[in-house]
Design a protein around this ligand. Structure first.
Ligand code: AMP
Ligand code: MG
Length: 396
C-alpha cells in the first residue's frame, strides 16, 4: 500500500490543483466573504479636506474671535477666515481656508458673536488633515484578500461601487451509504440520518459558493453513477463515505467510471486518513473531487483541512489554509501514536481541554468542541500548561 502523505504535502498538492475560476464584477456591498481578484486602489482621497474631529470653533490666529459663520458636515463655510475670526464647526465639517485649529465647544467662552478661551489650543488641534486616512491611488486592499465588513466600507469610501472577485465556486456534495436516511424525522432502526451533507453545506456557506446537494445516495453503482451525472457543472465535488476498501465502498470505482482519476489518497492524520483527491476533465475545465471519509468527525476534520481550503483557493484566496493559533493545554494530554492527531477540544480560561470522546464518529463531542489541537505523530505525553497549537473552529 502506498504510504500516507504528510498533511502539508497533501494540502500543497491539492491546492496546486485548485480550479481557477473566472472573475466577475460585483457590487462592493455584496462582497462579504468573497476574495478580491484585483489590487483595489483608492479612487479618491479621504478625508477630502481638512476636517474637524470635534464640535467647537474653527479658529484663525490668537483670540478673541468674531464668529462669522458656520461649517458643518456636508455644508462647508465658503468664505476665508482672517486673524481674529472663527466659525462654528461640527464633527466632520470642513475647516475653512485660513483656520488652523479647533477650539472645543466645552472650552469656549461665548459672549454674543465673540468667542474666547482661557488657553489657546495648539495649531492643528482636533483637525483631521486631508488624506490622513488614504489618498487617491493608494493600494487599499490587495488581491486575494477576504472581504470583511470593514473592507467593504473601505472599498466604498475609496470611491468604488463595484469590485472584481472570482465567481463563486460551484460545489456539489454527495454523501453515500446504504444506511443513510434523508429525513432525520423518519429514520428506520437500521438507518441513521444523513448528517454529513448538511454539515458540509453549512461549512461552505460562509464562503458564498453555490452548493448542490446530490445525496444521500446508497452504495449502488447505478445510483452513484446517476448522482455523479448531476455533478457535471460543478467545479468541485465533495463526497463523503464509501472511500475505504470495504466491499461496499464503491465511491472510488464510481468516480473512475465517471472519468475521474485519483491524484492521491491517504493522509497521515487522525481522524481522516482515507481522504482522497481526484481530478476529472470536463468540457468546461478540470473538476476537482475531494473524497472524505463517512465518519462525521473525520468528515468534518478533512473538510476543514482540505475541502474548504480548496474552495477558498479556487475563489482566489491568497491564504486559503486555516489560520493557526497558539493554545495552552488545560489538562495533561496523552502520548500520540503513529499518525498526527487533530484533537477536538474546547477553550477554557485555564487552557484547552479535550471534549468527551475522540472517536471519529462522536458527533456530540465534536459539536461541543470549539478548536482543533494539532499534535505531531509520536509526541510524548504533555503536561497541563504546556504550549499547543491548532485551529479555532468558532467563537461562542
Ligand atoms: P464509510 O466511510 O462509508 O465507511 O462510513 C463510515 C461511518 O460513517 C459509518 O458508520 C457511516 O454510517 C457513517 N456515515 C457515512 N456517511 C454519513 C453521513 N452522511 N452522515 C452521517 N454518518 C455517515
Ligand atoms: Mg459507507
Amino acid at each position: 500500500m502506498e504510504e500516507a502523505l504528510a498533511l502539508e504535502e497533501a494540502q500543497g498538492r491539492l491546492l496546486a490543483l485548485a480550479p481557477v475560476l473566472p472573475d466577475e464584477t460585483i457590487p462592493a456591498e455584496a462582497a462579504l466573504g468573497r476574495y478580491l481578484a484585483e489590487d483595489l486602489h483608492a479612487a479618491r482621497t479621504q478625508p477630502p479636506a481638512d476636517l474637524s474631529a470635534m464640535d467647537g470653533y474653527a479658529l484663525c490666529g490668537p483670540g478673541p474671535w468674531l464668529r462669522i459663520g458656520e461649517s458643518r458636515a456636508g455644508v462647508p463655510y465658503a468664505g476665508v477666515l482672517t486673524h481674529g475670526e472663527c466659525v462654528r464647526i461640527s464633527t466632520g465639517g470642513h475647516l475653512p481656508t485660513g483656520a488652523d485649529r479647533v477650539l472645543l465647544q466645552e472650552d469656549a467662552v461665548v459672549a454674543g458673536d465673540v468667542v474666547s478661551t482661557s488657553e489657546l489650543p495648539p495649531a492643528g488641534r482636533h483637525v483631521r488633515p486631508r488624506g490622513f486616512d488614504f489618498t487617491a491611488g493608494t493600494l487599499l486592499i490587495a488581491r486575494g484578500t477576504l472581504m470583511t465588513p470593514a473592507r467593504i466600507a473601505l472599498a466604498i469610501a475609496g470611491g468604488r461601487a463595484t469590485l472584481l472577485a472570482a465567481r463563486p465556486a460551484r460545489v456539489a456534495i454527495l454523501d453515500t451509504g446504504d444506511e443513510l436516511a434523508s429525513d432525520p424525522a423518519n429514520c428506520a432502526p437500521h438507518q441513521i440520518p444523513a448528517s454529513n451533507g448538511a454539515m458540509l453545506a453549512a461549512m461552505l456557506a460562509p464562503l458564498g459558493c453555490e452548493v448542490m446537494r446530490l445525496g444521500p445516495v446508497g452504495d449502488d453503482h447505478d445510483k452513484l453513477a446517476a448522482a455523479l451525472a448531476k455533478a457535471e457543472g460543478a467545479d468541485i465535488l465533495i463526497t463523503s463515505g464509501g472511500a475505504s476498501v470495504g466491499d461496499h465502498d464503491l465511491v472510488q470505482a464510481a468516480l473512475g467510471r465517471w472519468g475521474a482519476q485519483i491524484a492521491f489518497w491517504r493522509v497521515a492524520i487522525k481522524p481522516g486518513k482515507p481522504m482522497m483527491v481526484a481530478t476529472r476533465a470536463s468540457p468546461t475545465g478540470i473538476q476537482l473531487v475531494v473524497g472524505l471519509p463517512g465518519n462525521p468527525v473525520s468528515c468534518f476534520v478533512t473538510a476543514f483541512l482540505f475541502a474548504l481550503p480548496l474552495v477558498r483557493a479556487s475563489m482566489g484566496a491568497r491564504a486559503p489554509l486555516p489560520e493557526r493559533h497558539a493554545f495552552v493545554a488545560g489538562e495533561d494530554l496523552p502520548a500520540v501514536g503513529k499518525r498526527r492527531e487533530f484533537l477536538r477540544a474546547v477553550r477554557k480560561p485555564d487552557g484547552a481541554r479535550l471534549v468527551g470522546s475522540q472517536d471519529s464518529s462522536a458527533l456530540a463531542a465534536l459539536a461541543s468542541a470549539d478548536c482543533l489541537i494539532d499534535r505531531a505523530a509520536g509526541s510524548p505525553p504533555l503536561a497541563a500548561g504546556s504550549a499547543l497549537s491548532g485551529f479555532i473552529l468558532h467563537n461562542g
